[in-house]
Ligand binder design. Structure first.
Ligand SMILES: [Zn+2]
Length: 419
């Protein structure tokens, strides 16, 4: 399967809820290039985020294009229609050149027995002992096991095929990057399950360049990884071996790589990821999204005066609408409500106090991960403030840009690709 539009080895997804930080975000990629590593920026904003804010994908495109023009960025960049489905893809078709096809909802819907039979007859090689380059112990699978996997994933891969063909009919095949995501499910996919998914996607003719499985452990929004890091590292390595195998045996694009969703702030797994990429000479796509909005609030709080007052107002509003704000993100946050300070507690906070509570420095005694996660999902509050929020972003542009660029470069690009 060849594709004319190619995603380079390293790429990072950046979200920009209010389309004001594209310049500051691009600056981080410029810094990475100056330090010797080329990372492709991909601006991503999901249908969910557009719906909550009331924005359109075309605005994200305009902001990205403008940043690229202003900075004379000559390397590739993309705009990702993040987590789209057949019924939500329409408004993304014109502005986007990267589509994350979300089939999480179809996973587990049983495929017809006849389809499973056809798949098994076609792929007897998936049953038995499978030795992959780079993995010490072979995978051992049984016909029953593969039948179960196929029953669980076949319909989802067929759905991915249907959405892919819909996009290709409109944009032309080879004119966009295809990602398939299944991260927003209850259970992680094991490496043998990932292999079956890739084989089925190859059968469907989907030229998948990035695949987002659900990894073991918790990837909560805006905070560090929670889980067994050794197990994560082993599975990540196994996944890379599976991908290399799928590319060589099933004709998937040679660029195929893993996509790590909710990838911002996962400081404790960046070193394991780096080691694995080196070992397999592999690439990665890492999506960060809400982290930029959090840096906006940190920038405002750090500026003091009206900026700090606005950050406090955002927190107060978020606290009073906590149920509504958390509902769409229930599976990807862990907020301990007892740890959320009251509005009266926060009111006298200085800039330093507010920033210390919100900024993701796990070793700082004042860091409050519950407060951070609440603000993470609280961008709707700022959207409702409308001009008041956007005017402040303009007024404190320097402070906000600095925190956005620094966070992306120092805490993400550097540990992942440079140190
Ligand atoms: Zn995702």
């Amino acid at each position: 399967m060849s594709t004319s539009l190619i995603l380079d080895r390293f790429s990072v997804g950046v979200g920009d809820r209010f389309a004001h930080q594209a310049d500051a975000q691009l600056q981080a990629f410029i810094l990475a290039a100056a330090h010797g590593v080329e990372v492709t920026p991909v601006w991503n904003k999901s249908n969910r985020e557009h719906s909550i804010i009331g924005s359109e994908p075309a605005a994200t495109r305009a902001a990205a294009d403008s940043a690229v023009r202003k900075a004379s960025w000559k390397r590739p960049y993309f705009l990702d229609a993040d987590h789209i489905r057949l019924e939500t893809v329409e408004r993304f078709l014109a502005p986007c050149d990267f589509f994350t096809i979300d089939v999480a909802d179809t996973i587990g819907q049983p495929a017809p027995a006849s389809a499973v039979e056809i798949f098994l007859d076609r792929h007897p090689e998936l049953i038995g002992s499978l030795s992959l380059k780079g993995i010490e112990a072979p995978f051992n699978t049984t016909r029953t096991g593969i039948t179960q996997f196929a029953g669980k994933y076949l319909l989802a891969t067929q759905e991915a095929g249907r959405i892919y063909r819909h996009i290709a009919a409109r944009k032309g095949s080879g004119c966009f990057i295809t990602e398939v995501s299944m991260d927003e499910t209850d259970l992680p996919q094991t490496p043998p399950e990932l292999l079956l998914i890739l084989v089925a996607l190859a059968d469907e003719g989907v030229p998948v360049q990035t695949i987002a499985p659900k990894f073991t452990g918790r990837f909560n929004k805006g905070v560090d990884y929670v889980g067994d890091i050794t197990q994560f590292e082993r599975e990540f390595n196994n996944d890379l071996a599976v991908i290399a195998h799928a590319v060589s045996q099933y004709g998937l694009p040679t660029e195929l790589k893993l996509s790590v969703h909710s990838g911002s702030d996962k400081f404790s797994i960046y070193a394991p990821i780096r080691r694995a990429l080196k070992r397999f000479n592999a690439g990665v796509h890492l999506k960060t999204a809400g982290t930029t909005w959090l840096e906006e609030v940190i920038g405002l709080a750090g500026a003091g005066g009206n900026g700090l007052a606005l950050a406090q107002a955002i927190y107060a509003e978020a606290l009073s609408h906590i149920d509504e704000l958390c509902a769409p993100y229930a599976t990807v946050i862990d907020i301990d409500r007892d740890r959320l300070p009251s509005v009266n507690t926060v009111a006298p906070w200085t800039s330093d106090q507010f920033v210390a509570a919100l900024q993701h420095d796990p070793n700082h005694p004042s860091f409050n991960s519950s407060l951070r996660q609440l603000v993470h999902v609280g961008f709707k509050v700022a959207a409702k403030m409308g001009p008041r929020y956007l005017t402040a972003l303009k007024h404190y542009e320097k402070e906000v840009s600095n925190t956005v660029t620094n966070n992306l470069f120092e805490r993400h690009l550097k540990p992942l690709f440079l140190d």
